[in-house]
Every structure is written in C-alpha cells, then in structure tokens.
Design a protein around this ligand. Structure first.
Ligand SMILES: Nc1ncnc2c1ncn2[C@@H]1O[C@H](COP(=O)(O)OP(=O)(O)OP(=O)(O)O)[C@@H](O)[C@H]1O
Length: 247
C-alpha cells in the first residue's frame, strides 16, 4: 500500500496549490484522480515521483507498506502528460531510458526492453524514431518505458488524452489486460469521466484553490464486466460533484 499523508504545496507567491491532501493507493488496481484543470493533480503526481519543480514548496509524507519512504522511490514510476518521448532517440533507446535513469548501463537497459516489444505491439519499431509511429504506438512506447522499470506503483498523467476515440478505447483495454497479467497499483489522472468509470476501481475527486480531495467514489464490478448503462448514473454523480465544488 502506498500512503500519501498531509501533502501541502505552495507557490513562490505564497498561494496554496494543494492543501493537506492524503490518499492511499492499493498495490493492485486503478485509482483515478479527477478534478478541474489547475486543481493540482499533476503537482500531486510530480511530488510522489520526486520531480516537483524547485520553485514550489512542499511538505508531506510518503509511506510504502507503512514505512516512511524517500522520493524518488524505485517502487514508483511516473509517466508525464503527453508521451514524453525524446525525438532524437530511437524507440528502443526511449524505452530503455527509465532503466538507465535507475542505474543500468545503456546495453543492459536495451537488452531488458528488447524482449518486450512484441507484447507491447511494437515489434519492428525498435530502431525507428518516435515521429515515425502512430499516436497509439507512441503511447505504448511511453508505457513500455514506464512498465519495464517494474515498479509496484505507476503514476499516469492523462496517458490517453492525445488519442482519437477508437485508439483510446483500444489502449484502455490494453492497459487493463496488461495489469491483469502483472498487477500494479496505478494512479491515473484523467479529465475523461468515461475513461475513469471504465478503468478505475475507485475515483478520487479533487477540487482546486487550494487542491484537495472532496470525494472517494468506488466503481462497482471488474472493468471487463461493466455495462455502459450501469456507469451512466455514476458519471452523473461525478459531474454533479465536480460542479458543486467548482471554484
Ligand atoms: N512550477 C510552478 N510554479 C508555480 N506554480 C505552478 C508550477 N507548476 C504548477 N503551478 C500551479 O499549480 C496549480 C496546479 O497545477 P497542476 O498542473 O498540478 O494542475 P492540474 O490539475 O494537473 O491541471 P491540468 O488538469 O490542466 O493538467 C496551477 O495553478 C499551476 O499554475
């Protein structure tokens, strides 16, 4: 279990971005984090990943299985908004980068990612550059880079937002299948209520000024067995909550 306790983040001008925010992330399943633009979702993920910009002041505590943990932690990997692929590196070099950051040599990292290209639907793209791939393939390459780090917790910041509707649905199904193969605790930031109710086991609703969590909503049933009809009322509730708490 990942526990974030009492996170407060303030800007240099003294404005509070996030105030006294706590959340828990189980070791398996998807928790969605939703909320209006600017409420602090990305800042929470960046703090957890240990990459919050230095011009923001923050205090809070990260606990992993009940023990205080330093950040960045090897138990946590993070995928920023967009795919974050470097255009001057090949797909294989991009995919290997997360492992290199964790201390593996380039050769070791490349040999670790090489066998995974097929199961990520990327076979044959290893020596291509990101701009030669479709949007869905780029997202899979970014996800390969995140997943190969084999962290117990994965933070995904709007991973599918740039994709067309069909590719997004395919990628969502693909993510659920990957997590069924290899369970992880995922914190998924999204603006898409359909995505949140399709994928998540529970949804944390944030509001802004300053950012805090105002509701925790469980989503009934496993993702593969949910009917659209059952999810529609839940989305209505979420919309009402977001509107009630709009700044
Ligand atoms: N480096 C920074 N310095 C000062 N303020 C910042 C910095 N980064 C973010 N902020 C401010 O913190 C607030 C929260 O930003 P954040 O990106 O975390 O929100 P968000 O909920 O993820 O937004 P979105 O949904 O649009 O991605 C915003 O008001 C933003 O202007």
């Amino acid at each position: 279990m990942l526990d974030l306790r009492g996170l407060s983040i303030g800007g240099a001008d003294g404005a509070m971005v996030v105030r006294d925010l706590s959340l828990s992330l189980p070791a398996s399943g998807i928790t969605a984090l939703i909320g209006p633009s600017g409420c602090g979702k990305s800042s929470v993920l960046k703090w957890l990943a240990g990459i919050l910009p230095k011009d923001l002041d923050a205090e809070g505590q990260l606990m992993l299985d009940g023990q205080a943990s330093a950040r960045p932690s090897p138990a946590i990997s993070y995928q920023p908004q967009g795919d974050g692929l470097f255009p001057w590196l090949t797909v294989a070099q991009n995919a290997a980068l997360g492992l290199q950051v964790r201390g593996l040599s380039r050769a070791e990292a490349l040999s670790r990612v090489a066998p995974l290209f097929r199961s990520f639907g990327l076979k044959g793209t290893e020596s291509q550059f990101p701009d030669q791939l479709s949007g869905g393939m780029r997202q899979r390459a970014a996800f390969l880079r995140t997943v190969v780090q084999d962290s117990r917790y994965i933070l995904l910041d709007e991973p599918f937002s740039a994709l067309d509707a069909v590719t997004r649905l395919r990628m969502q199904d693909w993510l659920v299948a990957r997590l069924a193969d290899r369970p992880r605790g995922v914190l998924l930031v999204t603006h898409d209520l359909h995505e949140a109710t399709r994928l998540a086991d529970r949804i944390l609703v944030m509001t802004g000024s300053p950012g805090r969590i105002v509701a925790e909503i469980p989503v009934p049933g496993p993702p593969t067995q949910r009917s659209e009809a059952a999810l529609a009322p839940l989305r209505d509730d979420l919309k009402s909550l977001l509107l009630e708490n709009a700044p």
